[in-house]
Write a protein that binds this ligand. Structure first.
Ligand SMILES: Cc1cc2nc3c(=O)[nH]c(=O)nc-3n(C[C@H](O)[C@H](O)[C@H](O)COP(=O)(O)O)c2cc1C
Length: 221
C-alpha cells in the first residue's frame, strides 16, 4: 500500500446500457480520426492546445516520473527552420537510406520529402522523451519505461486533439536530432515525434486504407 493515500472520489460509474452506449459512441467518434497531410493556416486558440497537453500530461507512466517534454511551435521562423531540417532528412530517407520494402509500404500513402505543412499548420508540437530527469540541485533521476510512457501520452494527445475538433499528423523525419538544436533541448531528451496540428485544408484528401478487424487484433480467452 502506498504511504500517502486519499479516497478515490473521481471515479464515475455508469449503468451497463450507458457504458455500452459510451463505448460505442467513442469508437464511432475516434474512427473518424485520420492522419492529415495538408493543413489550413487558420489560427487555433492556444488555450485549446494547452488543454490537450494537460490531457496528455495525465497519462499513466513509469513510476510517475512523467518523462516527457512538449515544445509547442507557432513562430513562423522556427517552423521554417524545422521544415528545412525535416526536408533534408526526408530527402536522404526517400533517395538514399530507405530500404525498398519500406518505400513499398509507404507507396500507398503517397508521401515524399516535401513537407509544406510544417509551415502551414498553426502548431508543431515536438515531443521529447527524457531518458532521465534533472532535479533543481542538478542531480539526475533515472526514468523508467520511457518509450511506453511517452507513447501513451502521445496517444492521449492525439485523441484530445481529435476530440477538440482539430486534426494532426504524426511526423517522424529520421533522425530528428535537428529538433534538439533548433528548439534548444538538452541531449538527454530524445525527439520522439513531431505532431502537426491544426484545421485540415479545404477539400483535403486522405489515402484509402483499412483497419484490421477486431478478430485480427484481439484474442479473448
Ligand atoms: C510512429 C509514427 C510515425 C509516423 N510517421 C509518419 C511520417 O513521418 N509521415 C507521414 O506522412 N505519416 C506518418 N505517420 C502516419 C501513418 O502513416 C498513419 O498513421 C497510418 O498510415 C494510418 O493512417 P491514419 O493515421 O489516417 O489512420 C506515422 C505514424 C506513426 C504512429
Amino acid at each position: 500500500m502506498a504511504q500517502n493515500t486519499i479516497p478515490y472520489t473521481a471515479y464515475q460509474e455508469y449503468p451497463i446500457e450507458e457504458m455500452q452506449r459510451r463505448a460505442a459512441e467513442f469508437y464511432t467518434d475516434i474512427r473518424r480520426r485520420r492522419s492529415i497531410r495538408d493543413f489550413s493556416n487558420r489560427p487555433v486558440p492556444r488555450e485549446i492546445i494547452e488543454n490537450c497537453l494537460r490531457a496528455a500530461g495525465t497519462a499513466p507512466n513509469g513510476a510517475n516520473l512523467q518523462p516527457w517534454h512538449f515544445v509547442v511551435v507557432s513562430d513562423a521562423a522556427i517552423k521554417y527552420q524545422i521544415r528545412l531540417g525535416a526536408e533534408k532528412e526526408e530527402w536522404e530517407f526517400y533517395h538514399r537510406k530507405a530500404p525498398a520494402e519500406w518505400l513499398e509500404a509507404l507507396a500507398p500513402l503517397g508521401t515524399d520529402e516535401h513537407k509544406p505543412f510544417l509551415e502551414t499548420a498553426p502548431y508543431l508540437i515536438a515531443i521529447f522523451a527524457q531518458s532521465y530527469g534533472v532535479l533543481a540541485n542538478g542531480q539526475k533521476v533515472k526514468h523508467y519505461y520511457v518509450q511506453e510512457s511517452v507513447g501513451i501520452a502521445t496517444g492521449i494527445l492525439i485523441t484530445a486533439i481529435h476530440h477538440a475538433g482539430l486534426v494532426s499528423l504524426t511526423h517522424t523525419p529520421s533522425p530528428m536530432g535537428f529538433l534538439n538544436d533548433i528548439l534548444g533541448r538538452p541531449a538527454h531528451e530524445h525527439p520522439f515525434l513531431l505532431l502537426v496540428v491544426g484545421y485540415p485544408a479545404e477539400n483535403v484528401q486522405v489515402p484509402v486504407i483499412t483497419k484490421k478487424s477486431l478478430g485480427e487484433i484481439a484474442t479473448f480467452l
